[in-house]
Design a protein around this ligand. Structure first.
Ligand code: ZN
Ligand code: ZN
Length: 509
């Protein structure tokens, strides 16, 4: 050790396949011994100068494919009271292994400590201990679109992936749903807020439930609109930042889907990797290359959605949809009404952009306006965009009235009926409102755009809405592109992550 200097750092060991043993990678800092007392944390240690979690995270992105957390790792800190270095290391590094590290690190006074904090995902252990196996079980979702319930386990650690609600189940819970709600899990990890993935999220309050931060804000807005509060155990993860549940590492990767803030989820433990895609597509506004670059190039199991396998659903881009919308808007003199899902934020952007290009005002019903505001950023919403206004299809009281009045830009029917050059988002429950508005405008022509999955046409309320719109004389056109990957893009992902085992869920195939 250099005279009067203290070294601290983090390290990880990469197996040396040619010569055996380990190669150590070390990130270190040194500080003058004279400053030790001042630099020590309240417990009396000098640690790596910024959070070692962050340091590992940064290192991980710089060192792929030799992931610093995948292999055995640890950190070296300095105990000011006892005046010696302490090495906290993964159990699979023996004292002899660590001697090499200590030589590399150039310290003399050290003590090796074990800490269950550092348990690598790496299977090669000098000691023949039986290691658990990373495994999965698909409880539901193998032969249907959505409603995924998947268990992923490693030893004692058990995680439930998704908390979907049966789409045709109404309020009644199925036996399986009751069972997973009662069962003890270390955590639930959810890919996005669609009801077929997160519909039961508020009913599971006995463990942490993870979802993206943007998705949580949307769920919060949905709850508030219904006069409820989202449970505190719903916590958030960040794209590209791994987190630990028991001895499992989970890394979420932001992907494109018809729900805002959707993720693919990578589960790692015991040297094995399971990648679960959630719902995704490559033809949205987010470039697939950026995602592919971040995904591992080799996984043991790929659990992929397969919604569009064997179907001829249109998979053109949102940008192309926007162009087609511009054309439709330009060819219509009167108002354009759009029937789309309020939570399909990307679609909202496409229609808003088209409306802007055609100089049309954009009307969002209160519910959609609240979700758009929760999404924030560049999403069109009445509190930030001068050409976006909120409206309510029926008089609102109490809490919902307060929510509406928070929007500076809002318009009642009278003010809306003064113009014809607008785009308005509608939902099946708004037929009475639409009829009244339509009759007071009496447009020479007007258009209704159907922008959802064709299957929803069979739902009672949608069916009735479309029939009544037709009887009003509203011309209807379909303009929709799938929120799910095409068969070619599913193949592209499969090839990229080079999975040994391929399992499809969220499919009718
Ligand atoms: Zn789904
Ligand atoms: Zn979805």
């Amino acid at each position: 050790m250099e005279e009067n200097y203290i070294r601290v750092g983090i390290f990880w060991a990469i197996p040396n396949r040619e010569e055996g043993g380990w190669d150590f990678r070390i990130l270190q800092k040194s500080c003058p011994a004279s400053a030790a007392e001042q630099l020590a944390n309240p417990v009396g240690f000098i640690d790596f100068p910024y959070s070692h979690y962050d340091a590992w995270d940064d290192a991980r992105h710089d060192t792929e494919p030799e992931d610093c957390y995948f292999y055995p790792r640890g950190r070296i800190l300095y105990d000011v009271k006892r005046k010696l270095h302490r090495v906290f290391a993964d159990e699979c590094l023996s004292v002899e292994d660590l001697q090499e590290l200590i030589d590399d690190f150039n310290i003399e006074d050290m003590e090796i400590c074990r800490d269950e904090h550092y348990v690598s995902a790496y299977t090669h252990s000098p000691r023949p201990t039986a290691r658990p196996k990373l495994s999965y079980e698909i409880l539901r979702g193998k032969d249907k679109i959505g409603e995924n319930l998947i268990e992923i386990s490693y030893g004692e650690t058990k995680i439930l992936v998704e908390l979907g609600k049966a789409l045709d189940g109404g309020e009644e819970l199925s036996d399986l749903e009751r069972e997973v709600l009662k069962k003890k899990y270390d955590a639930v990890v959810v890919s996005h807020y669609h009801a077929d993935h997160a519909g039961l999220i508020e009913k599971k309050q006995d463990c942490p439930v993870y979802i993206g931060a943007g998705a949580r804000r949307i769920l919060e807005a949905m709850s508030e609109y219904r006069g409820k509060t989202l449970p505190q155990n719903i916590v958030t993860y960040k794209s590209g930042k791994f987190f630990r549940i028991g001895r499992m590492h989970i890394t979420p990767f932001l992907c494109d889907h018809s729900a805002f803030d959707s993720y693919m989820l990578l589960f790692e433990a015991g040297g094995k990797r399971i990648l679960y895609t959630g719902d995704f597509r490559f033809h949205g506004r987010k470039k697939p290359d950026a995602l592919l670059e971040r995904l591992p190039e080799k996984v043991d199991t790929l659990i992929s959605e397969g919604t569009n396998l064997g179907s001829e659903k249109p998979c053109f881009s949102e940008r192309e949809l926007e162009e087609r919308a511009v054309e439709l808007f330009e060819n219509t003199k009167g108002p354009v009404f759009i029937l789309q899902s309020a939570s399909n934020i990307d679609r909202l952007v496409s229609f808003y952009r088209a409306a802007k290009q055609c100089g049309r005002i954009f009307y969002e019903d209160l519910y959609t306006a609240l979700l758009a505001t929760a999404a924030g950023g560049s999403i069109p919403r009445p509190d930030e965009f001068e050409d976006v206004f909120a409206f309510t299809p029926r008089p609102v009281r109490g809490r919902q009235k307060d929510m509406l009045f928070e929007f500076e830009q809002k318009r009642g029917m009278k003010a809306i009926a003064k113009g014809r050059n607008f785009v308005m988002l509608v939902r099946p429950s708004m037929m009475g409102y639409l009829e009244k508005l339509y009759r007071s405008i009496c447009p020479s022509d007007a258009l209704l755009i159907y922008s959802m999955w064709s299957g929803y046409r069979e739902k009672d309320d949608v069916k009735r809405f479309l029939e009544e719109a037709q009887s009003l004389g509203l011309e209807e056109r379909t303009l929709h592109t799938s929120g799910h990957a095409s068969a070619e893009d599913l193949a592209r992902l499969k090839e990229h992550v080079f999975a040994e085992e391929y399992v499809t869920v969220h499919t009718k195939q």
